[in-house]
Write a protein that binds this ligand. Sequence first.
Ligand SMILES: C[S@@+](CC[C@H](N)C(=O)[O-])C[C@H]1O[C@@H](n2cnc3c(N)ncnc32)[C@H](O)[C@@H]1O
Length: 277
Amino acid sequence: VSTTPISLEEFQALRDLIRTKFGINYDDTKQFLLQSRLQTRLIKRSVDSFAAYHRFLLTHSEREAEFAELASVLSNNETYFFRERAQLDILAKEVVDEHYRNGGGILKVWSSACSTGEEPFSLAMTLLENKRVPSSALQIKATDLSPRALEKSSVGYYRELSFRATEPEMIQKYFKSFQDGFLISDDVKRMVQFSRINLLDENAVASMGPVDAVFCRNVLIYFDKPTQKKVVEAFARALKPGGFLFLGHAESIIRMTQLYEPVITPKAIYYRLRPPV
Ligand SMILES: C[S@@+](CC[C@H](N)C(=O)[O-])C[C@H]1O[C@@H](n2cnc3c(N)ncnc32)[C@H](O)[C@@H]1O
């Protein structure tokens, strides 16, 4: 199959469809990025133009399956273990303190755009190292839009780049060497439940609750402002009262919504769900 380059009209039609379905926003400078990300999907579906691919997504009987495949090629899945460690320290200290102030029980933490699994496994390792909550009382949920990223998470095999911020002792303790990389240990893997969720699906987001903390890092940057607001407001339905929200360092919701109280420390910013007015 040979395809002609994406036209402006095709770009705009596909861009709008993708934004509506997944929130991911390709602005006018990203026409050729989108073209290159979609190219393999056109080949797989044996369609020879972007217009025909757009039609496939609207009308074909396998359109839902194709949307799932599309989700795997649209995003940057860049991530690594122990990213923004200051936020993990807040999890181990403030979130756990609040958990005990509320009477203990199961501590539930949700990594809501978990990519290939480094983030939820880091949450699990942080809480295991911390030892204040027994592992039997820890529950880590991990979700992403991309079936391919989730597949990789469930295998738990990682290579060098994933470990750029990991201390060697942690690798020794929580991984086994395998070929030219490492496999996450079963003890850590067991703590994390993976599933597929589109953050634009408000009911699916609410159904993940009640959780003590949500990590939603480095994904809002791909959404436009109204979508960002919608997503963080949906988290309010999944969080326990006073629950914690952690975003990426380039993502601020300070002037976007009154539902959260920002907490600014020298090393990290996070948000607490305000009581209802
Ligand atoms: C750059 S990764 C961030 C990984 C991790 N949270 C971190 O900070 O290292 C962004 C992830 O967001 C996911 N994503 C994009 N749009 C999404 C949506 N609408 N719902 C759920 N996940 C989405 C992508 O599949 C990708 O795995």
